[in-house]
Design a binder for this molecule. Structure first.
Ligand code: UDX
Length: 443
């Protein structure tokens, strides 16, 4: 396809998903306008700054800005004027105090864009939404758009992982096109041609299935993690070793080793809220029983956090009050500065609440953590926070923590005691260096 034939794209919402999508699509040769209602975010992106931590993305932003194929705006009018295809990439967080998903941003995006849609175009939802949302939004879109029935809605869920966002966007495992017409399918094909040319498997389906694929995928991943963590609980009661158990399971191709890492469990902006929203929607539509196990998946995951604190308490002979605790990690996973529902910070805050003096270090998430939890103390390195510590707790498996030399760290702590919340360290090496080493699900 020549440059002139490529559909012109807009991306509504330039958070994690949207900024990555806009930048990657521009890098593939498309003419892209990114829109956000947050003028500060737009200003940053225009000046070449990615407002979050994502390896490889700043370099790609610089390149695409320079190419002239990527622009940013706060004007829906400008976006509507530009785009043949509009991707909706705004957030769908959990509603405060409820399990349900907050769709207000998605609705606001449709309400902002639709009144300016005066010609035939495709609006494509990428945000993770409860099944049935697309059908409701189609009505709203056509009611508000001057072009009426000429505007179509499709759903194209996004599966990118933080830390691998560029690669996951440019070389996804699969593409899912939820459409209601051949025209919409052809438009999506044109929008993803360079990725399809790589041989990327594509599933063309209806809107409801496309919405469900994302919820089902994240639920499956969360279930796999909680499954191995449930096995860790059984191991703890029997003296068995969950690491060896996981390794043995992983050799079975039917099970596979990915997402079978036991430890402190899952967090982040997706898995926890998605399984809750899924269970909630299933109950609303009368099939709650079918996914009621997701409540248990959530409960197992939350128990890992309290059990990690139990291990710290055991090392302190039952007294957290007054103890000095070094927390290594704040982000919900390594290679990210995201602290949404971060197990690490949950553990740190709870120990602080129980009277411990908690000091936290993270290679990327300190600014976010400090802003969200000013009551905690923060340090500049693992060595710094470990000074005079009674217990060191590894909560996020950053490579720099895996590489810590136990004999060097031993020189700064008050007591050589470590809880490895992510099974990231070699227990034998640490024990040989004189450390009391504890990990969930291991003797
Ligand atoms: C997830 C999905 O993987 C992605 O497809 C979707 O689009 C968004 O949600 P992300 O939130 O970036 O991506 O993180 P992911 O790498 O999936 O990890 C989620 C959590 O699970 C992290 O807290 C991680 O530490 C934890 N995890 C992961 C485990 O505890 N054990 C594992 O084996 C794998």
């Amino acid at each position: 396809m020549s440059q002139a034939e490529l559909p012109r794209l807009t991306v509504i919402g330039t958070g994690y998903l949207g900024a990555t999508h806009a930048i990657c699509m521009a890098s593939l040769g498309y003419d892209v306008v990114g829109l956000d209602v947050d003028a500060g975010k737009i200003q940053k992106l225009r000046s070449g700054q990615v407002p979050f931590f994502e390896p490889g993305l700043p370099e790609l932003l610089a390149k695409t800005l320079e190419s002239g194929r990527l622009r940013f705006t706060t004007s829906y009018e400008e976006a509507a004027e530009h785009g043949d295809i509009h991707f909706i990439c705004v957030g769908t967080p959990q509603q405060p105090g409820l399990d349900a998903c907050d769709l207000s941003h998605v609705e606001a995006a449709v309400r902002g864009l639709a009144p300016h849609l005066t010609r035939r175009c495709l609006v494509v939802g990428k945000s993770t939404v409860p099944v049935g949302t697309a059908s409701t939004l189609t009505g709203l879109l056509r009611e508000l758009a001057p072009a009426g029935e000429e505007v179509e809605l499709a759903w194209n869920p996004e599966f990118l992982r933080e830390g691998f966002a560029v690669d996951d966007t440019l070389r996804p495992d699969r593409l899912v096109f939820g459409v209601t017409s051949d025209w919409a399918r052809d438009r999506l094909t044109a929008a993803f041609q360079p990725i399809l040319d790589l041989g990327t498997p594509t599933v063309v389906t209806d809107l409801a299935t496309a919405e469900l694929v994302k919820m089902a995928a994240n639920s499956f991943l969360a279930t796999k993690i909680s499954y191995i963590n449930a096995m860790a609980e059984v191991c703890e009661a029997t003296g068995a070793d969950v690491r060896d158990l996981a390794q043995a399971l992983a050799y079975d191709d039917r099970i596979g080793g990915r997402f079978l890492q036991p430890g402190l469990g899952f967090g982040g902006g997706c898995l926890p809220k998605d399984i809750r929203a899924f269970a909630h929607r299933a109950e609303e539509i009368g099939v709650g029983q079918a996914v009621s196990f997701l409540r248990e998946v959530d409960a197992i995951n939350r128990r890992r956090r309290s059990r990690t604190i139990d291990l710290v308490r055991e090392l302190l002979d039952g007294r957290l009050d007054g103890a000095r605790i070094a927390c290594l990690g704040a982000a919900f996973k390594p290679n990210s500065d995201d602290i949404r529902d971060a197990p690490a910070l949950d553990v740190a805050r709870t120990m602080h609440g129980l009277g411990a003096t908690v000091r936290v270090y993270d290679p990327a998430a300190l600014d976010n953590a400090r802003r969200a939890y000013p009551e905690l103390r923060y340090g500049t390195s693992a060595m710094d926070v470990a000074q005079d510590a009674d217990v060191v707790v590894l909560l996020t498996e950053w490579t720099e923590f895996r590489q810590i030399d136990p004999t060097v760290l031993a020189q700064t702590v008050r007591h050589r005691r470590i809880v490895d919340g992510r099974h990231a360290l070699d227990s034998a090496t640490w024990r040989q260096a004189g450390w009391e080493y504890r990990a969930l699900g291991r003797p």
